[in-house]
Design a protein around this ligand. Structure first.
Ligand code: 5GP
Ligand code: MN
Length: 337
């Protein structure tokens, strides 16, 4: 295992670097990748970001999103970049399985692999590993990583905007996994000149009409409340995706509306994708949905935000989810809200 000094030495000479992050990248995945990208570019490295799949449109305002290579769209080019890379940064995920075919390409290479991530139970695939499950976001960790390289002076407004965006989205607007440390970091980013009001506006007030109509539709027609289990479920069928002309990223945040109900402790968003049924889980307080995601839905994540998938259809997945809830009733009853 390498330490930070080995990395400093490695980064002291310009290198071919690839930064990659998880499928369906969110604000933290894109913010941390671009933040690190802008930082590394200052040292003459050749840096490319590869995401397994497309990023959501609301993040396009971040500097250089147009340079991101999307594996699904350019598999051959991505393969060449991975094979050429001397260092590969893996951000906001902790197991190569999470990035599908891209992971299979990365695994056998002789590159130096650096993992920076805040999810539970990391795999041991990297030469340098920074794993902190108490961190709010990978963006918070990139800030710390840059400081650990003794390069805090290199932080600028462009990097700051990227990191602020990921912190904002992963903490659900400074609600989850915050700490005094995080607020100090955010204070530093504001001091760099980051306009927090502008970024909040770009991130949260950028909906198209169809997105708001979809929200109305799901709350009215697709929400099931199971009072007995303090659980709410929102489902979306393939037909809904067609009727509302929406894509995967357009459903970001829907699941959180269920948590607005006072008596609800667990929220699930279950939706049909082309080949799988995806499940997103959220919880309040002490109750961990990570256990449900990893034990029953091939997934994982954090205590209060996890996800997974199944190969059975939408209704069977809903039924399976409801059928496993009694196992967690004890924990559910105990947990405070
Ligand atoms: P979301 O519900 O927003 O897709 O994901 C919430 C959290 O669960 C994320 O932090 C993500 O890493 C984790 N997660 C979502 N889907 C999966 C999955 O299929 N496998 C694993 N291991 N984690 C997932
Ligand atoms: Mn994250």
């Amino acid at each position: 295992m390498e330490n930070i000094n080995d990395l400093k030495t490695l980064l002291s000479i310009p290198k071919d670097i690839v930064i990659t992050t998880h499928r369906n990248p969110d604000g933290d995945a894109i913010g941390s990748s671009l933040g690190l990208y802008h930082f590394l570019n200052k040292f003459g490295h050749t840096v490319k970001i590869i995401t397994p799949s497309e990023y959501p449109a609301f993040l396009a305002f971040l500097s250089d999103t147009d340079k991101i290579v999307i594996y699904d769209e350019e598999p051959e080019y991505s393969k060449n970049l991975v094979e050429k890379a001397e260092i590969i940064f893996c951000l906001d995920f902790n197991s190569l399985e999470r990035i599908d075919k891209l992971g299979e390409l990365i695994e056998p290479t002789n590159s130096h692999k650096v993992m920076i991530d805040h999810h539970l139970y990391p795999d041991n695939f990297a030469n340098f590993m920074m794993s902190d499950t108490t961190a709010s976001s990978t963006c918070e960790m990139i800030y710390t990583f840059i400081c650990n390289l003794d390069q805090k002076k290199e932080l600028d407004i462009t990097i700051g905007e990227c990191l602020y965006t990921g912190i904002l989205t992963d903490t659900g607007s400074f609600k989850y996994a915050t700490s005094a440390r995080l607020f100090r970091i955010v204070g530093d980013l504001i001091e760099l000149g980051v306009d927090d009001y502008r970024i909040q506006d770009l991130v949260f007030n950028s909906m198209e009409e169809k997105h708001l109509r979809l929200l109305g539709h799901v709350l009215n027609n697709r929400m099931e409340i199971i009072n007995e289990y303090h659980t709410g479920i929102i489902t979306l069928t393939k037909q809904d995706y067609e009727d509302f002309d929406i894509k995967r990223g357009d459903t970001e945040g829907l699941v959180n509306y269920i948590l607005k109900l006072k008596k609800i402790k667990v929220a699930a968003f279950i939706h049909e994708q082309p080949t799988i049924t995806k499940i997103s889980l959220r919880s309040k307080g002490d109750f961990s949905v990570q256990v449900i995601a990893s034990k029953y839905f091939r997934g994982g994540g954090h205590k209060n935000a996890s996800g997974g998938y199944s190969y059975i259809g939408l209704r069977p997945t809903v039924r399976k989810f409801i059928s496993v809830l009694p196992e967690f009733m004890g924990e559910l009853k105990k947990s405070e809200i």
